[in-house]
Design a protein around this ligand. Sequence first.
Ligand SMILES: [Zn+2]
Length: 367
Amino acid sequence: MIDLLRSLIRIESDTKEGANHALDFSANWLEDRGVTVNVLENEGHKMLVAEVGQGKETLIWNGHLDIVPGKKEQFDPYIEGDKVYGRGSADMKGGCAAMMEAFVGITKHADRLTKKVQLHLVTDEETGGSKTSKYLVEQGYTGDFVICGEPTFLKIGLQAKGISQFFITFHGKGAHGSRPWEGDNAILQSHKFHELLIQQEWTKVSSDYYDHPSINLARISGGDRFNMVPDTCEVGYDIRFVPGQSVEFVEQQLTNLLKEHFPTAEIRRRGISPAVTTSDQDPRILQLLDIMKDETMLMGQHGSADTRHYAVTGAGAIEFGPAGGDWHGPTEFVSISSMERYRDILMEFAFYTEVPKEVYKNANEGI
Ligand SMILES: [Zn+2]
């Protein structure tokens, strides 16, 4: 498994071509070990699906082989103690390698499976996942429960905040810079708006796994001369809302606030994504908790992964993967022992047949 991981790290998969190369390599690796692989392509982005087992239920293991760019030396992996260092080791070639080995493992005992297990390896998660994971869902490759092998330290990330991004344009009144009281400064409007926004009750609301939504004033542009009062200002907000809220809800709140205080301002959507709200009483969550007991805990993710593309179909979708550190940073690593443990849990989970009688009602105690 570690040799596989090192081979994957050596492939510079931060471009479309590189990620496709990593995909082809993985397809060959699986085929060499007796797995039947179906490679698909969408707008030049490759992905693969492999399926094993039988039964009504479908479990999906999803891993992405694309990475964020790294320094040259990060593509030359090395081991220190329990850690494999290299770009993509944690995010998430370590998870992919463990999934691939586990998939070969369950294929050898396919007759014992009472559910279908699909492996989805994809190549555009870091740029939104719309060309591969989302495409697979649109092509009908979906299931009852999905595990995305992002690094979570073997914790179960069962919720993810939703994303709503908006541009807001404020309109003021220009004037000479020496007489600002004769104008209406659009940049100051945006400043006042932000102060009002973060006072709103809905921006402070908590849920089981989150203290509050995330409000990021991400972009601002306005004004071009020192001697003029700026008459327009455009801001960009990236708002990550909590389960129970929605894009429509956030948009309505922003619109109401603008109407009340800045009636000439305009708002337009940039990008949206729903929240992932897998229930902590989902039977597969209970199964995982039964397998792992005190070794894991439930948590919410602030960012979002390919889970969201599957969650829109109603599937339970979690982020669950090995331990690591500094992903997207210069000293990224993954823990070898947690990769091994992760592989074993995936296999045990695939073969797990019971629905735990003892419902872990207090599963999220201690969070
Ligand atoms: Zn990732």
